[in-house]
Design a protein around this ligand. Structure first.
Ligand code: C5J
Length: 221
């Protein structure tokens, strides 16, 4: 079984029961001129994950292992967006408002979809989620159970929001999670640093942290 050097200690996984989860690598969050940048965020902090993630996905696919993509977003009528979420943020920059790439975080809009470099292949699962966590109000649990998946290699954006929420949800459900530092990103360098520390603290309070080249080497062996 592959083992990678990780914090707080080596992470061993069975390729028959491990999935790569790619969280919310959507144009609205990552594209220059898009929703994320219009809020004053530095999208380069997220975009640096695209290349290592593309390399990891290529190696993961070459090894015949499953990839699950997620997208954060809502139905066009916003019936799945609670007022507590909808009413937050700058007026005119809220979910459902017109943005540079269509209505912000609305399913079916160009900006809601995944960046060109990381597009899912036919047959790969794409989980549309209305919340920050990938388990809330989705069929992710059923997808994992039916495939016998017990370990997750977690990547995507943003580290302290949707990645963290998903890893915490997964940990509570009994999944072992390896988070890849170079394949997760935050608009805020401080949140990136502390967010990763929090995962591996206290003996791996809710997961392990490693880097993608080690995973790529491990699955090629
Ligand atoms: C945020 C996410 N940050 N995918 N979404 O609102 O982390």
């Amino acid at each position: 079984m592959p083992t990678v050097d990780a914090k707080p200690g080596p992470f061993t996984f069975d390729t028959d029961s491990t999935a790569l989860v790619v969280i919310d690598m959507q144009r609205d969050f990552l594209m220059p001129g898009g929703f994320g940048e219009s809020l004053g965020n530095d999208v380069s902090q997220l975009r640096r994950t695209i290349k290592p993630l593309a390399d990891l996905m290529a190696a993961w696919r070459a090894a015949g292992l499953p990839i699950i993509h997620t997208r954060e977003g809502h139905l066009p009528d916003l019936s799945d967006c609670p007022p507590a979420k909808l009413n937050r943020g700058a007026p005119s920059m809220r979910i459902g408002d017109p943005g540079a790439f269509g209505r912000i975080l609305i399913r079916g809009e160009y900006g809601h979809d995944i960046v060109d470099e990381l597009q899912p292949l036919p047959g790969e699962e794409v989980v549309d989620k209305p919340g920050k966590g990938a388990f809330y109000a989705t069929d992710l649990s059923e997808i994992l159970e039916k495939s016998g998946i017990t370990s997750l290699v977690v990547t995507g954006v943003t580290t302290e929001v949707c990645v963290h929420t998903t890893v915490r949800e997964a940990n509570d459900r009994g999944y072992e999670c390896l988070v890849l530092a170079d394949c997760v990103g935050s608009y805020f360098p401080e949140f990136q640093r502390v967010g990763l520390q929090m995962i591996a603290a206290q003996g791996g309070i809710f997961g392990w942290v490693a880097h993608s080249p080690e995973v790529i080497a491990a699955i090629r062996e």
